[in-house]
Design a protein around this ligand. Structure first.
Ligand SMILES: N[C@@H](CCC(=O)N[C@@H](CS)C(=O)NCC(=O)O)C(=O)O
Length: 227
């Protein structure tokens, strides 16, 4: 669908080690699932392009993603997702059924816990650039992330997606953190079989294939041994 959308996200190569911004990816996935036309503007983090006067006018907090729709500027990832859903309702990425919608909203906002635990872990790896990692610190940060993954392992054992049989924003959110962890070496098969199936199912979606970060085919092994 034609639109006036511009998505501001980081330049992949300027994000150390994880080479991806999960919240930015999530919004891009939503735009792709909706088959919307949009322009992508990639900003260099080291050059501070996300804090330029133009970007601060769009988002005073200087974070990405930011979505503009003509003169309208929206930031905060979940606000962007909500905006997309209301402005471009088809195809739906939120169930219309009241009870599933309640569940999808719960799961979407619940995925903030996965984000908090995930980013605490990922940022340590990013800030050390993967060099001189203290294995105890990785374990200390990995533990809350694993605690979170256990919730999602349970949910994806109950249903194919987070809320029923159709993909929703909750799945896009969980997937971006899960895929980043897999890229960093997290093995899913033995410990998280339901998440492993969910991950493989999501990987086949055209939106995911189209937006896959330029990750090396061989993932890192930072999270291969974490407890
Ligand atoms: N609460 C924001 C946070 C997004 C966020 O964490 N963005 C990171 C990239 S993944 C960022 O912009 N970091 C740069 C900074 O905080 O200066 C949202 O949900 O959109």
């Amino acid at each position: 669908m034609r639109s006036n959308l511009t998505l501001y996200i980081p330049e992949y190569s300027t994000i150390r080690a994880i080479e991806c911004s999960p919240p930015s990816w999530m919004v891009q996935l939503a735009l792709e699932e909706k088959e919307l036309d949009y322009e992508v503007v990639r900003l260099s983090f080291p050059d501070g392009e996300h804090k330029s006067p133009e970007m601060l006018a769009r988002n005073p907090r200087g974070t990405v993603p930011v979505l503009t729709d003509g003169p309208i500027s929206v930031y905060e990832t979940f606000a962007i997702l909500d905006y997309i859903e209301h402005t471009y309702p088809e195809p739906a990425l939120m169930p219309t059924n009241r009870s599933l919608r309640g569940l999808a909203l719960t799961r979407l906002h619940e995925s903030s816990h996965l984000k908090t635990a995930g980013m605490a872990l990922f940022s340590y790896i990013m800030n050390t650039r993967g060099l001189d990692l203290d294995p105890d610190e990785v374990d200390r940060r990995a533990a809350p992330f694993h605690d979170e993954l256990f919730f999602w392992e349970y949910y994806y054992g109950v249903g194919k997606y987070a809320a029923g049989t159709q993909v929703s924003y909750a799945d896009l959110s969980v997937f971006t953190y899960l895929a980043t962890a897999v890229h960093l070496g997290l093995p899913l098969d033995e410990r998280y079989p339901n998440l492993a199936r969910f991950y493989e199912r999501m990987k086949k979606r055209i939106a995911v294939v189209t937006t896959w970060p330029p990750w090396k085919p061989t993932p890192y092994r930072y999270l291969s041994e974490t407890c």
